[in-house]
Design a protein around this ligand. Structure first.
Ligand code: E4P
Length: 220
């Protein structure tokens, strides 16, 4: 099981990497543009806070086959442990085939139904990002992601699902308990995975009992 953080904000990446077992970081053009810095600077800043074995996902921006391939190749040069994200369109699927043959690792993204994910897997994508919450506008996003996993399993495809576009921990829980290998979490959802006011209340009560008895708030 892999926990991934869906942000390009270096402060948040650093903070969450200290708290959680973060396997990697996903970005997309919208996420990167929020940093108000040149693209290369965003990538180099993220690279500085990530360990070598933590994976970074960077998405192409172009939409035509030739330019997607060019950008995919460029992304592959940015860092050793990097995966190019390519949306599942006709041009994207063609580019996935080409880049896969060149040994470039690909996450097929913007997947809004199970068949899109399945054909991208057949084209050689290592990872698939179904947009769980966005799908909810049309169908049950969690269920569609589970169907995609079943389709991969039925045909012994080892392409990994990285469930994306997650908006609450309920969705995350359902995916994890149904065996989905990876989830990429926006910062607020990553925090909600472990924060609970009842835990804070319990800790406060322990501290108060201790203080009353020993007049200090530490063990030693
Ligand atoms: C991550 O890889 C995706 O780009 C991201 O999760 C999309 O999420 P959104 O639906 O919040 O934009």
């Amino acid at each position: 099981m892999k926990l991934i953080i869906d942000t390009a904000n270096v402060k948040e990446i650093k903070r969450l990497c200290e708290i959680l077992n973060v396997w990697g970081v996903t970005t997309n053009p919208t996420i990167i543009s929020k940093e108000n810095k040149p693209f290369e600077e965003v990538i180099s800043d993220i690279d500085k806070v990530l360990e070598k074995d933590q994976v970074l996902f960077v998405q192409v921006v172009s939409t035509d086959y030739e330019s997607i391939v060019k950008e995919g190749r460029y992304i592959a040069t940015l860092r050793k442990n990097i995966v190019a994200k390519i949306p599942v369109t006709a041009d994207g699927l063609k580019a996935i085939k080409t880049l896969h043959k060149e040994g470039i690792k690909i996450l097929a993204t913007a997947i809004n139904n199970a068949t899109q994910g399945f054909v991208a897997a057949l084209n050689g994508a290592e990872y698939l990002a179904p947009y769980v919450n966005r799908m909810t506008n049309y169908t049950d996003g969690v269920e569609e992601t589970i169907i995609l996993q079943q389709m991969l399993d039925a045909h012994d495809l080892d392409t990994e699902i990285i469930a994306a576009s997650l908006k609450n921990t309920g969705q995350v829980k359902e995916l994890i308990r149904n065996g989905i290998e990876s989830v990429t979490l926006p910062v607020d959802i990553a925090d909600l995975m472990y924060l609970n006011p009842a835990t804070d209340t319990a800790v406060e009560a322990f501290t108060n009992s201790w203080y009353k008895a020993y007049n200090k708030k530490t063990l030693i």
